[in-house]
Design a binder for this molecule. Structure first.
Ligand SMILES: *[C@@H]1O[C@H](CO)[C@@H](O)[C@H](O)[C@H]1NC(C)=O
Ligand SMILES: *[C@@H]1O[C@H](CO)[C@@H](O)[C@H](O)[C@H]1NC(C)=O
Ligand SMILES: *[C@@H]1O[C@H](CO)[C@@H](O)[C@H](O)[C@H]1NC(C)=O
Length: 969
């Protein structure tokens, strides 16, 4: 608590995808992007530039303890490079290691082997608690090592995740359980404050509630919901109004904290796509909903997600597809071209320079007293002369009207009716503003401003305040000064001003052309919102090149830079001012407040010629000439082909396959309806495709075979009898399992037959509701019936990834590969032994049901100094024949495409997985779920706008190549 009050400014956090962690940087989660250190660094400057000072990250237990008792957090799963990168960027971290994380991840982060634990998950049952100990001790120790008290960036620790909902008569909330999880952290050496995230504001485990209480109570909120299919609809009543009241009831002694506030939305298989989610949760949503949070005096605000990333390597749960873009401010391919990024930057930087906001007294929302129309509602945060804030919005929050209004605000100069100089204020539809009163700009009192504050800075010889308004709006500003107003840039005729006693009042219509007015030693930049988007406030490093943490921003020094796409960092060395920035177009650059000792300007290491105008603004330009990018045609690679379903050949030998011979299941979720367990996790297979082989000796009287495979939402399944294709379930989002009955050909009495069943395992269910035990929902075969026969007539074998929990690929981790023959052999890795494979391309495909595997290599030679997002694009399916594709890039699974369900056809693969200057291996598995076969209709490597980048060269992750695997079958 002391720690927090010392910050002095709102702690703005953002969840991002992380390293061994899922890529959930809601602000930050690790693991998604294996090339952790460098790439996370990149994300962090993008988050830091928003004015945010913290990133939260999940750790995905399933990725670091694939085998019970073996915690492995090295290579791409190492958390420490990520922690170091955060420190370097000056970003605090909120650690969210679970053990349960939800996060739209397979099992909600629980490893598959938890299906075998005898004990209710997320309760104090011993079986479950024991299972968590090894992970908690290991991850806890690593976090402890990097907490702020040890010089690291981690300031908060969140035990559990959305511990809020229960069913089925389990004890809830279970104080012993929550205390156990907290003790695990404390016993591992974690001393920083514990914060929780109740899924909704219900007060669970708030301070003062006894055993299991955390230090800081927080809750989550996704008020606009997840209906991306209707991205312009704001249903009535979705805007929260009671958060402050609940806070005062539930946890009045702690900073008001929303640990996950909506930053986007998930999207299911077959959904409308993340572009639609980004539209639903767009810049207007941010303006109205985030400012509404500010009206409650939010002190810790964490957005989920700021960067969602990719469900690579089977990381996701069944209801989501490969992309976890989330419609976030940072897109899956890491660009910041969505307007919501820019809008967020305006708000984040405002919070950073407005510490008075945290000490004002929030009042109640009112439709009278401040605005002169009941169409508008205002929430005041009042102080007596030391900074008041008035959050204004439409009373009908979803209104699309433009409403004229006058304000009556209490100020140190008495109650003023605004505008004083004529004109009218306007609030456009789906907008909200924070009007400031008695706002302290380094000793100058802004009596009020109807234009919103982006930032202000005190430089050695002047002060700069940057304010903005929407296009077409009229604004007014009043400053306590006797100085005159001089328009030092732009046309004076458009600006009115008047001395009134001890203040000056300035009125103007917003223009796309910047105006600067000078009042005493204060320069005020009058901008329109779109222009404000181009301004950045990099914090000058006090020592060296790294900015350091920025919660003390009001005292730390920064410069203000007008540029374009992104400004990352700024630092001074002797007489040289260095700026690092990214460009997606030729960009004029201006520097405000260059330190007086700085004489030379360097941009991305190159010395720049600049001019200085009469206002001391440095100007230069960075030229952008798009580089030549030539990408190989994937369609014309030398593809090698392998039938990856040898199991249906008569000669196939499955003697090395594990027997499905458990006559009891340890899984308490569902009783067996088969003589032996056919639940894959009972045998250690919890990820990727599953294969079953059932052998029986025919009597000749069998006429049908029924099978009920379960793979999760949108799963598919195909069934063969020996080499004869019986049929497929091609998948629908609403089916997690599907009972299919197949007619059999006439079988020969006394002959041995094998039924082969292939199942697409879409990941394990989450376990959100305690007691429901959904995570234990089995994968595999729930039931089967061979007509006229006892179930015991069939003896089953099964496989998933080679070795199951003794997984082969320690580098790419326990979830990356599934059970196809080619995957078991490791042929999805670089340099498979394909010399003698047939030449055939996935564009040719196969002409009957089956599963084909293709591998090819290509070289890339992309220019250095450019950030070029690359995508593998499958095109839109136009054929009725359904097929499923897995995309492997240098051995990492980076895409699952389902032609008949979608919606994703375009799969970004980051640099570092792809070698931008070197050889790459791509593999594709193509599963045809129809007797017509299937082929890819198109397959292309494409790119979007190359960004001239300050980013250091990306080092590729380890990409072990194929070596023959011992015991592979
Ligand atoms: C930004 O990312 C999104 C999502 O990955 C993508 O659709 C869009 O094309 C990208 N834009 C640029 C300019 O890279
Ligand atoms: C505000 O402060 C002034 C000066 O200290 C005092 O005269 C006045 O009563 C205060 N007003 C309120 C509402 O507290
Ligand atoms: C689980 O544990 C309970 C209590 O110890 C025991 O009664 C039950 O038989 C166990 N179940 C399994 C499937 O092992």
């Amino acid at each position: 608590m002391k720690l927090l009050s010392a910050y002095g400014v709102a702690l703005l956090a953002a969840q991002a995808a992380g390293v061994a962690i899922k890529h959930r940087i809601n602000g930050l989660t690790l693991t998604e992007h294996p090339d952790a250190a460098k790439r996370e660094l990149l994300q962090k400057y993008k988050v830091k530039a928003l004015g945010f000072n913290c990133v939260s990250f999940y750790v995905d237990w399933a990725l670091v303890e694939g085998k019970p008792g073996e915690y492995r957090a090295d290579g791409i799963f190492d958390l420490e490079p990520f922690f170091n990168a955060a420190k370097e960027a000056g970003i605090y971290l909120l650690a969210r290691p679970g053990p349960y994380i939800n996060a739209e991840s397979s099992g909600g982060g629980f490893p598959g082997w938890l299906q075998r634990v005898n004990g209710t998950l997320r309760t104090s049952d011993k079986g479950y608690l024991d299972a968590t100990d090894n992970y908690a001790a290991n991850v806890g120790a690593t976090i402890a090592k990097h907490q702020i008290t040890n010089g690291g960036p981690i300031i908060l620790y969140q035990p559990e995740n959305e511990y809020t909902s229960s069913c089925c008569s389990v004890e809830f909330p279970n104080a012993d359980y929550m205390q156990y999880v907290e003790d695990q952290a404390r016993n591992a050496g974690v001393v920083i404050p514990l914060i929780n995230n109740d899924a909704s504001a219900e007060g669970h485990n708030a301070p003062g509630t006894g055993k299991g209480a955390v230090d800081i109570y927080g809750h989550d909120s996704y008020p606009l919901g997840f209906d991306c299919a209707n991205p312009t609809v704001w249903p009535s009543g979705d805007l929260p109004t009671d958060f402050r009241t609940l806070h005062l009831e539930q946890s009045p002694t702690t900073p008001y904290s929303i640990v996950e506030f909506q930053g986007g939305s998930y999207d299911p298989w077959g959904g409308p796509g993340f572009a639609a989610c980004a539209e639903l949760l767009n810049n207007e949503f941010e303006r109205v909903f985030y400012k509404n949070d500010f009206s409650f005096q939010i002190a810790i605000m964490n957005l989920y997600m700021i960067f969602g990333g990719t469900n690579w390597g089977n990381l996701g749960y069944p209801n989501g597809y490969t992309s976890y873009d989330y419609g976030s401010a940072l897109t899956e391919s890491r660009n910041i071209t969505r307007e919501k990024y820019s809008e967020l930057k305006l708000l984040g930087n405002f919070a950073k320079v407005s510490p008075a906001y945290l000490t004002a007294s929030p009042g109640s929302l009112t439709t009278s007293g401040y605005a002169d129309t009941a169409d508008l509602s205002v929430t005041p945060l009042l102080s007596n002369g030391t900074g008041s804030f008035f959050v204004i919005r439409h009373s009908d929050y979803s209104s699309e009207d433009s409403t004229s209004y006058k304000l009556s605000l209490p100020t140190s100069a008495g109650t003023v009716t605004i505008p004083q100089l004529g004109g009218t204020l306007i609030l456009n539809g789906r907008d909200s503003k924070i009007h400031v009163v008695d706002y302290n700009v380094s000793g100058t009192n802004i009596i009020y401003s109807t234009a919103e504050v982006f930032t202000w800075k005190k430089f050695s010889d002047s002060k700069v305040l940057v304010i903005y308004g929407g296009s077409g709006e009229h604004h007014e500003l009043s400053i306590a000064t006797k100085s005159n107003v001089t328009v030092v840039e732009g046309s004076a005729s458009e600006i009115t001003s008047k001395q009134t006693g001890k203040a000056v009042v300035i009125g103007w219509d917003v223009s796309a052309t910047r105006r600067i007015v000078q009042v005493g030693d204060l320069k005020v930049l009058l901008l329109d919102r779109n222009s404000a988007y181009n301004y950045w406030v990099p914090q000058l490093a006090t020592d060296g090149t790294e900015p350091g943490f920025s919660t003390q921003e009001t005292v730390a020094s920064s410069i203000i830079v007008k540029a374009g796409y992104l400004v990352r960092t700024a630092y001074v060395e002797g007489a040289d001012l260095y700026i690092t920035a990214d460009f997606n177009a030729t960009t004029a650059i201006e520097v405000f407040g260059a330190p007086s000792n700085a004489k030379n300007l360097f941009i991305n290491g190159d010395k720049a010629k600049y001019t200085v105008d009469k206002n001391g603004i440095w100007s230069t330009e960075v030229k952008y000439t798009a580089p030549d990018i030539s990408l190989p045609s994937l369609e014309s690679l030398e593809w090698k082909y392998l039938d990856t379903l040898p199991e249906i050949q008569s000669s196939y030998d499955d003697s090395l396959w594990p027997d499905a011979d458990l006559d009891k299941t340890p899984n308490t979720f569902r009783e067996l309806t088969t003589p032996t367990s056919l639940y894959s996790c009972d045998y250690g297979f919890s990820t990727g495709y599953l294969l079953y082989r059932g052998q029986f000796v025919a009597t000749g009287n069998e006429s049908t075979f029924l099978v009920d495979p379960q793979g999760g939402s949108a799963f598919g399944s195909s069934v063969w009898l020996n080499g004869t294709y019986l049929g497929s379930w091609t998948g629908l989002y609403v089916y997690s399992d599907y009972n299919a009955t197949f007619d059999l050909p006439q079988l020969e009495a006394g002959k041995t037959y094998v039924i082969t069943v292939v199942i697409d395992n879409m990941g394990l269910e989450e376990n959100w509701t305690v007691g429901e035990e959904l995570m234990k929902t089995p994968r595999g075969i729930l039931n089967f019936e061979l007509s006229g026969r006892e179930a015991s007539a069939i003896s089953w074998k099964l496989t998933g990834n080679l070795g199951g929990e003794d997984y082969e690929d320690k580098v790419r981790g326990p979830l990356n590969e599934g059970g196809l023959y080619a995957e078991r052999q490791g042929f999805h890795q670089p340099e498979p032994p394909s010399q003698n494979w047939k030449s055939s391309s996935p564009l040719d495909g196969i002409s009957e049901a089956g599963i084909a595997f293709y591998s090819a290599s290509f070289d890339l030679d992309l220019p250095t100094g450019w950030d070029v997002p690359l995508y593998f694009n499958f095109g839109n399916s136009t054929t009725p024949e359904p097929y499923r594709v897995q995309l492997y890039v240098n051995g990492y699974q980076y895409g699952k495409y389902i032609s008949n369900i979608g919606p994703q056809t375009n799969f970004p693969v980051p640099e570092g997985i792809l070698n931008y200057r070197g050889t790459n291996w791509v593999a594709v598995s193509l599963w045809a779920l129809s007797s017509e076969g299937a082929k890819l209709e198109s397959f292309e490597l494409s790119y979007t706008t190359p960004v001239l980048t300050a980013l250091a060269e990306v080092q590729s992750v380890d990409q072990p190549k194929y070596t023959a695997r011992k015991g592979a079958y």
